[in-house]
Write a protein that binds this ligand. Structure first.
Ligand SMILES: [Zn+2]
Length: 251
């Protein structure tokens, strides 16, 4: 079976002297693993086209029952030079790539996730509020992965909460004052408001929202803890450490 689809390069692993194994996120099939033979051979026809986070159009062939496809053709459609010129934007994009790899195993919502990555990758280099872009992207991803956070009705009694509210990651969202138990932690009003903005006003408005200093990082970690309570395969967000170093001027 041979198929052609646009895709983002999410991960590159060196397989041999000249070959790479790629994790791609494709518009048509979602996440796929591809063997790119000869990709590292200077002068080879794939050489230089399969950089991390590049947007490409690939033709892959797959034998029935095999997990790994073989790359037969590639053309570069979006080199993402903006990301490559800005280390912080690049680290945010890598973080989003790790989120996608943690949340999506196959082709669920493939077109929407593919489109979301494109929007985030083009917005990040120009944005002054990169954490807002990242948080708005993650909030959308959680919904596309079927792990939307319940922010309107209490997850225990189903009624709209009034007054002080707490939160249960495990149960999926907000808990009203009547149902909350001693020791449960309050949820930040600012984070709830941001999630509402994401849903009501969409990505573009949400990615220009402001929170308190450190607020978006707190919002990101809140969503990470939420995802971890619902996702068995686990999230590996190694880019967080890179971002911290960049933000503290250690690089
Ligand atoms: Zn309740």
């Amino acid at each position: 079976m041979r198929e052609t689809t646009p895709a983002w390069v999410l991960r590159r692993v060196r397989w041999s002297e000249s070959s790479l194994i790629l994790t791609l996120y494709s518009m048509d099939q979602g996440r796929i693993s591809v063997m790119a033979k000869g990709a590292l051979r200077p002068g080879g026809r794939f050489h230089g086209m399969l950089e991390l986070l590049a947007g490409v159009e690939v033709t892959v062939s797959r034998r029935e029952g095999r997990e790994m496809s073989t790359l037969t053709d590639v053309s570069l459609i979006e080199p993402c030079n903006g990301l490559r010129a800005d280390p912080e934007a690049f680290a945010h994009a890598c973080l989003l790539s790790e989120w996608v790899q943690g949340l999506f195993m196959g082709g669920e919502s493939a077109g929407a996730v593919y489109g979301l990555l494109g929007t985030a990758f083009s917005t990040l280099p120009e944005s002054r509020a990169k954490w807002a872009v990242t948080c708005a992207s993650v909030e959308t991803m959680l919904r596309l992965a079927g792990h939307g956070m319940e922010i309107d009705d209490c997850v225990r009694c189903g009624l709209p909460p009034e007054g002080s509210e707490t939160w249960s990651h495990r149960e999926g969202g907000i808990v009203c004052a009547k149902c909350s138990m001693p020791g449960e932690t309050a949820v930040s009003k600012g984070i709830l408001e941001f999630i509402r903005t994401c849903r009501k006003s969409g990505f573009e408005t949400a990615s220009r929202t402001r929170l308190w200093k450190g607020g978006f990082r707190a919002c990101h970690d809140f969503m990470r803890d939420f995802a971890q309570a619902h996702n068995q395969s686990g999230l590996r967000l190694r880019s967080l450490g890179v971002l911290e170093d960049l933000e503290h001027g250690a690089v």
